[in-house]
Design a binder for this molecule. Structure first.
Ligand SMILES: [Zn+2]
Length: 334
């Protein structure tokens, strides 16, 4: 082939390229389509693309009817305006909102009775990480033993009221184990704004609180911290018969009041402490406490007490289970 001939052939080929490939028979098309890159088998989580109307809907069973731990990504659990809800056995979990550092605060709601009981762990974050794990331990127990929740009670467990503090010492959101906890747990007491969340509630609030003999930030004003706004609004909406906060480590149960102990708080604190074999005190007297969560609940007429675990590592289990069961039994209606 001489050069001009080759150029002419090239020109023809280019022209052919410009006008598209030679027509193919229709029978070729499926084969070509089948060689396309396969669709990912796992859909990405951000599947905001509208589902074609011809799609079969995802199972529409309400969470309480769904006996499975498989997370359901769509927020079908409740009609209330919450960001996301996920079915768990005998109930569902809900992300109530996000911390100053952007970590979720999750509530697990079990049972369906009109009387609300709340267990809240970890308001002092990773510094009191066993107060988080004891509420997860309770969650597991009541998931395995749904009959332990009386029919008239809804039990809601919020394991980590200060997820920033948990994240600071574990690097994790949600569940963790003791092996995940850093040696230095001190920074885990506070949220991402460096505020002690249990000095930020509106009972005797002061801008600077005390932790032992050390001054800590109590926030710019009462309820300045998003975690506490979330918790406050959730508790007020629930109007619970009992709210229990877990802390460590004073080996005691403390009743709540502002300034005086709420009689209903004292009553349920006694029930729990007796069954769990903790000494019970009306006030924490080791150093002045300002802006305490349970004390503020007393101003709203909501009964509450604090469980201080014995040390910073043990869950005091089944000791606390006995207290929890006694409390539920106290509110049970035959
Ligand atoms: Zn604490």
């Amino acid at each position: 082939m001489n050069k001009p001939h080759a150029l002419f052939t090239l020109l023809l080929l280019l022209l052919a390229g410009c006008t598209g490939p030679a027509p193919q028979s229709v029978a070729d098309l499926p084969t070509r389509a089948a060689t396309a890159v396969p669709l990912p088998t796992a859909l990405p989580t951000n599947t905001a693309v509208p589902i074609p109307p011809t799609f079969t809907p995802v199972p529409t069973a309400l969470p309480s009817d769904t006996p499975t731990v498989t997370p359901i990504p769509t927020a079908t659990a409740t009609a209330t305006a919450v960001p996301t809800s996920t079915a768990v056995p005998y109930g569902y979990s809900t992300i109530l909102g996000y911390s100053a550092g952007g970590h979720p605060i999750t509530a697990y709601q079990l049972g369906n009775g009109p009387d609300q009981v709340l267990f809240i762990g970890g308001i002092h974050g990773g510094y009191e990480w066993n107060s988080i794990l004891v509420t997860y331990r309770a969650l597991d127990y009541f998931l395995e033993n749904p009959d332990a929740i009386p029919a008239n009670i809804t039990l809601t467990i919020i394991p980590a009221a200060n997820p920033d503090g948990q994240f600071a010492v574990t690097g994790l959101e949600g569940r963790f184990t003791a092996a995940d906890v850093a040696t230095d747990t001190f920074p885990g007491r506070f949220n991402a704004n460096n505020v002690d969340l249990n000095r930020n509630w509106d009972c005797n609030w002061e801008p600077t609180g005390l932790w032992r003999n050390q001054e800590v930030s109590a926030g710019a004003y009462p309820f300045s911290e998003p975690e506490n706004v979330i918790l406050r609004d959730f508790i007020l909406a629930k109007n619970p018969v009992a709210t229990i906060f877990y802390h460590s480590a004073f080996y005691a149960v403390f009743t709540a009041g502002c300034p005086d102990t709420l009689p209903a708080s004292r009553e349920i604190a006694d029930v729990y402490a007796y069954a769990a074999n903790y000494p019970v005190y009306e006030q924490f007297t080791s150093y002045p406490i300002t802006g305490d969560a349970g004390d503020w609940l007393a101003t709203q007429g909501i009964a509450s007490f604090t469980v201080e675990l014995t040390n910073h590592t043990d869950l005091d289990w089944p000791q606390n289970l006995y207290g929890m069961l006694a409390l539920l039994d106290y509110f049970a209606q035959e």
